[in-house]
Design a protein around this ligand. Structure first.
Ligand code: SF4
Length: 251
């Protein structure tokens, strides 16, 4: 079995496990209620109302990480960053970067596909007020560790917001990489851990995009950097990264 086939099989099994999870009583109740009550503009939709698996290429060198699905976005459509304004901004940028087939992400059957990239969330169920508790965060964290470990050629993690940055550091630490001294989140922040590079990007929430704190050009700059890092041939990568890739990774 090729590395791609192995990754695809592992991710498929993981996705099924994620979608069936009911481990957090508060989030299960919330996602069920949101899916039943709905909002007027989506009153005719059948909501997914379950945890959201990651989406993208088993050969992904770039993993884009968000906080959690939106109540009427991913929780409605069943695909991460799909059917909401944050997803509009993110997928348009992924398309400009050459990572997404089309510039929109509106429904699970819209024909969207990612190449060299996977998008996922640190917490898989929509939380009230977009705020999971620390217990919920920690309970969901092993899914992300397993997802990152399954990506056999992962090189770059793009963390959308401080919550995702923190989750990325916890994940990389769980995979055996030193995350000390702890790098600080910021837009454009960059930290290297072994063969992996963590990039920070403000979250494409309306709170950031409507206020101009985050512009499409700013997202483009981070994704261009991610693509450049991911494109390095092994011979071009820093010697420390190559050595760590061979000797240091335990995940
Ligand atoms: S947040 Fe994660 S651990 Fe909690 S119910 Fe959803 S999928 Fe399961």
């Amino acid at each position: 079995m090729s590395a791609r086939e192995e990754a695809a099989r592992t991710l498929l099994e993981l996705d099924a496990e994620v979608a069936a999870c009911r481990a957090c009583p508060r989030l299960v109740a919330w996602r069920d209620e949101v899916s039943r009550v709905k909002v007027a503009r989506f009153a005719g939709d059948d909501y997914w109302g379950r945890p959201i698996p990651g989406f993208g290429d088993p050969d992904a060198r770039i993993l884009v990480l968000g906080l959690a699905p939106a109540a009427h976005g991913g929780n409605r459509t069943g695909r991460v960053f799909t059917g909401d304004r944050s997803g509009d901004v993110l997928f348009a940028a992924l398309h400009r970067a050459g990572l997404a087939r089309i510039a929109t992400s509106t429904a699970a059957d819209d024909g969207q596909a990612l190449t060299g990239c996977r998008v996922t969330a640190a917490v898989r169920c929509a939380p009230p007020m977009n705020k999971p508790t620390p217990t919920e965060r920690d309970r969901c964290a092993p899914f992300l560790v397993r997802e990152a470990a399954a990506l056999h050629d992962l090189r770059v993690v793009v963390a959308l917001g401080a919550f995702a940055w923190d989750a990325s550091l916890r994940t990389l630490a769980a995979l055996g990489w030193s995350t000390r001294p702890r790098p600080r989140f910021g837009h454009g922040a960059e930290a290297r851990m072994g063969p992996l590079t963590l990039l920070g990007c403000y979250h494409p929430s309306q709170q950031n995009t409507f206020t101009g704190r985050l512009t499409p050009a700013m997202v483009d700059t981070v994704l261009e950097r991610a693509v450049a890092l991911a494109a390095w041939d092994d011979a071009e990568r820093p010697a420390t990264a190559r050595a760590a890739g061979v000797e240091g990774r335990r995940g």
